[in-house]
Design a protein around this ligand. Structure first.
Ligand SMILES: Nc1ncnc2c1ncn2[C@@H]1O[C@H](COP(=O)(O)OP(=O)(O)OP(=O)(O)O)[C@@H](O)[C@H]1O
Length: 265
């Protein structure tokens, strides 16, 4: 049986800004059927890595292939619609008055605000269906800025799926949500992850509780370097977490959900 195709292939990738190495010799491959979590402390380079995967940032050194295209040799404006990106940076570009429906539908053109583009009825229908699928159909005509944090996160995920992407990147989708909001979102992302037709997914988080069941692999990042990467059952261990966060940590797992606490001596 042949392996599913590789959708992301970073090889010896470094990103330098001045004297600082944001990423340092990172190699990372994602196959079509994999769902990855990237974990690491503040400043580890998680968002930087996701920006490369999203074709928004180029490596200083090394090569990055996204969906079989090499960054630096491809028109990123053709590549980007094939990648779904849900991040605060994208959300911050949305005009405050833009409706939830327009936040989603404008992804078809890779823009943030609706201007004079003509959208097909089919596009609007798809945007509305996505809002419904993510439980926020009723807020379709509300300005994005007036939505709750939980509603906004769901609208952003709907937007990231608008172009039916081959690679889905979720940067801290659970940040700022209350307990019920987080649990409900984790469950929705888990459903997506377990759906056979779902795109390859990479999710960045700080919190183990936010790893949706069904995610298959984990990359642990510290100071721009990969600590470990591989299947979640073997790679997500107390020892690897302790190295990543530079603190003695004890991992617990229950029914596919994870949490970690500082080891009591
Ligand atoms: N343009 C820049 N110039 C210098 N340093 C930068 C620049 N952009 C980011 N950094 C630094 O690079 C490091 C990695 O940033 P990045 O946002 O990728 O980390 P992160 O793991 O996503 O962090 P967090 O969990 O806090 O969101 C941080 O220390 C950040 O301050």
């Amino acid at each position: 049986m042949t392996n599913p195709p590789t959708v992301l292939n970073l090889s010896g990738v470094s990103v330098r800004r001045g004297r600082k190495m944001l990423l340092d010799d990172v190699s990372f491959q994602v196959r079509e059927d994999e769902r990855w979590v990237i974990l690491g402390p503040n400043g580890a380079g998680k968002t930087t890595l996701l920006q490369i995967a999203a074709a928004r940032l180029f490596p200083t050194v090394g090569s990055a292939e996204v969906l079989d295209e090499t960054l630096g040799r491809v028109d990123v404006f053709e590549l980007r619609p094939r990648i779904g990106l849900c991040s605060n940076a994208v959300a911050n570009t949305m005009p405050a008055h833009e409706t939830a429906l327009n936040v989603v539908v404008t992804a078809a053109y890779g823009v943030s605000g609706r201007w004079r583009e003509e959208y097909e009825r089919l596009d609007e229908r798809r945007a509305f269906d996505l809002l419904n699928a993510w439980g926020v159909g009723t807020v379709f005509d509300r300005p994005f800025a007036t939505l709750s944090e939980g509603e906004r996160k769901r609208v952003q995920i709907a937007r990231s799926l608008m172009t039916d992407p081959e690679l889905l990147l979720l940067d801290e989708p659970g940040a700022g949500l209350d307990l019920a909001g987080r649990e409900s979102l984790v469950s929705s992302i888990s459903e997506l992850a377990e759906w056979e037709g779902a795109p390859a997914t990479v999710l960045v988080t700080h919190h183990l509780e936010e790893i949706p069941p069904g995610f298959t692999h984990v990359l642990l990042l510290r100071d721009g370097k990969v600590v470990e990467a591989g299947p979640i059952e073997q790679t997500l261990t107390s020892e690897n977490l302790s190295t990543t966060f530079d603190m003695p940590l004890e991992l617990t797992e229950r029914s596919g959900r994870y949490s970690a606490f500082m080891k009591q001596s």
